[in-house]
Design a binder for this molecule. Sequence first.
Ligand code: NAP
Length: 313
Amino acid sequence: MSRKVALVGIGKIARDQHVPSIAASPDWELAATVSRHGSIDGVEAFADLDALLETRPDIEVVSLCLPPVPRYAYAAAALKASRHVMLEKPPGATLSECHALEAMARDAGVSIFATWHSREAAQVDMARTWLKDKRLHALSVNWKEDVRRWHPGQDWIWQAGGLGVFDPGINALSIVTRILPDPIHLTAATLEFPENRETPIAASLTFAHPHGAGISAVFDWRQDGDQIWTIEAVTDAGTLVLTDGGAKLAINGEARTETDADGNPLQGEYPRLYAKMADLVREGGIDMDLSPMTHVADAFLLGRRVAVESFNE
Ligand code: NAP
């Protein structure tokens, strides 16, 4: 049986990933959209979520593809109307609003899912399994991409609450918090803010690990040439390297799997998220792991701020 889902915020990620993933899944039917400007051919379009909630009681699930700052009000309205809610990453603009949403979902007896699409990358589970019984010596993240290529015209990422380079960086942290068997916490950070922007263009982070392993991350949006989304873990049994955002894995220099290079960097991630959402709704479950966002919040709390040259598109 397929369930009816409404997509809210018809922008880049809705069109690139959510719409095709829903269309390809037997679990889901795209029943409506909510967007001030966008729509999908053949799907009922609303400009306002309240109108949808009032007139379409048959739609059980609302999937929010908005930027983080406006998302809370939409999520709260959907939960108050007893709809299940799926949240794009990051699940909100602040941790406390995410906690509030989880409490609302519990009160309403509905499911809420804070999705982390990068955790669904092809090799993340294999990396987690391999690291489970290894002694970690060091882990380093390099997440370096060209913001002009991936976020053209997106003003919200440069405005307070838009996260800046942590918008991709939180994807790396979602993988790290999935593959490491032990919890880590941030001990130092440096955030580089362009003089004309409210969010950072680069950041470097250091974490404490319970066994003293050295954990660090570098995020940079000023990358020319090859784009780098790599996590390297050095252990007592050798070195594990995840590349392409978790799509490829090598252990001690040996590639573990071949992946289809079809040019889609998020291949398979969103279909797996929608399959998980179908399971959550079926089981009445809640999945609100906020650990990637906690590290980002800590970086904003503890980070040393450095002004760097203005950024203009
Ligand atoms: P986007 O294209 O800039 O925005 C998505 C849509 O949100 C817009 O089309 C807009 O639709 C609506 N919106 C924007 N600001 C709004 C506001 N203040 N109030 C109400 N609606 C607003 O952004 P995106 O790239 O799709 O990203 C959306 C979320 O997905 C972000 O949290 C991002 O981190 C995540 N994400 C993005 C990507 C990616 O590759 N872009 C990948 C993974 C995850 P209307 O103006 O028509 O209402």
